[in-house]
Design a protein around this ligand. Sequence first.
Ligand SMILES: Cc1ncc(COP(=O)(O)O)c(C=O)c1O
Length: 405
Amino acid sequence: MTVNNALIRDYIDRQNNELSAFIYDLDYLEQHIRQLQQQLPAQVDCYYAIKANNDAAILQTLLPHVYGFEVASIGEIEKVRAISDSVPVAFGGPGKTLSELRRALELNVTFYHLESALQLDRLNNLAMELGKTVCCLLRVNPHFALPKATLQMAGQATQFGIDEQQLLQLLPRLAEYPALEIVGFHFHCLSNNLDAGTHAGLVRHYLAAASQWASQFSLKLSVVNVGGGIGVAYQAEPQFDFARYCQQLTQLCHEYPQLRIATECGRYITAQCGVYLTEVTDIKCNHGEYFAILRGGNHHFRLPSSWQHNHPFTIFARDSWPHSYPRPEINGKTVTLCGELCTPKDVLAKQVTVSQLRAGDVIVFNKAGAYGWHISHHDFLSHPHPQRMYIKAQQFITTEVSYAA
Ligand SMILES: Cc1ncc(COP(=O)(O)O)c(C=O)c1O
């Protein structure tokens, strides 16, 4: 576990009952992003994809250490602009409407990642009305084969990017968009890739394809954004070998000295700084199988059910049981950890073996800092929201989420 364990224990001991909370360790996050930046070659601009976790405290912690932020909505741009007027912002997403692009222009977006001919038309017209020229990358849905990953956004029929074959029709016509300065290409093709070698291989493909298009169509290519997608091992697999990836990136930087390479990781930056704590409220045996019910679930932490995986966890035992009636308990049994929602899909870990588990103990789900709270349907069933806590300088700093600058 990477979040400060002693403080988790302390927090659990201070709560009487019905505990559910996210704890984010900003000390760990800062140390982690520093280590990543130390390893990345200077030619690589590291953006943070804020969809993974857009809390103000997280963004503020990352601000001094990242090149910029990748966003996918006006709400996300506003969250970034609430903490900085000037940090570079790259605006992606397949559904950018006219009104969103208009607002993005007001909010001083740095790079527009355009995903269709209509997006080029909309932005070109708006920028011309304002007498502006804006920097854009074209997001490509390539035709070359991609390695397998948990989620695949391109390299196949999806709604993302411009199909490579249509791109080849578009590139000779870029003069029709005088307000758009096309500075490069954007690729974000997969999520949760755990293999450093194949990830670097993908970047090699992207750079080669982008350079080939630039020379074929006489483009001034200055940036290739290679997306996010670096994985976090939630099970027993080896972690992504970041050092090896950076060695291969360094080699690529030597081969393409004239290019800036941008990355926009989300999960790999924030997954490990957060944990989700939830109390066991009941344990029962139905049809011969044990189930532990948790004070929380999918509506707080949707990642395990959306990925259909058993999320890694640690049990924090609580010895006191201040009730006169018996305490449900299992020892050396296999149990399914379920949330409190009225759906059999509310499962966070299925048929896992525990040495001991009792009602009142606390399950701490690790690696919950990215795509945890932020992708969950918080108000389904109107249960209370979990507490949101941050650790900074080895103490809890707040229980509130605030977007104040
Ligand atoms: C365009 C884009 N960039 C970056 C990311 C971040 O991906 P990850 O968290 O896998 O690094 C996403 C995630 O969906 C995305 O859609």
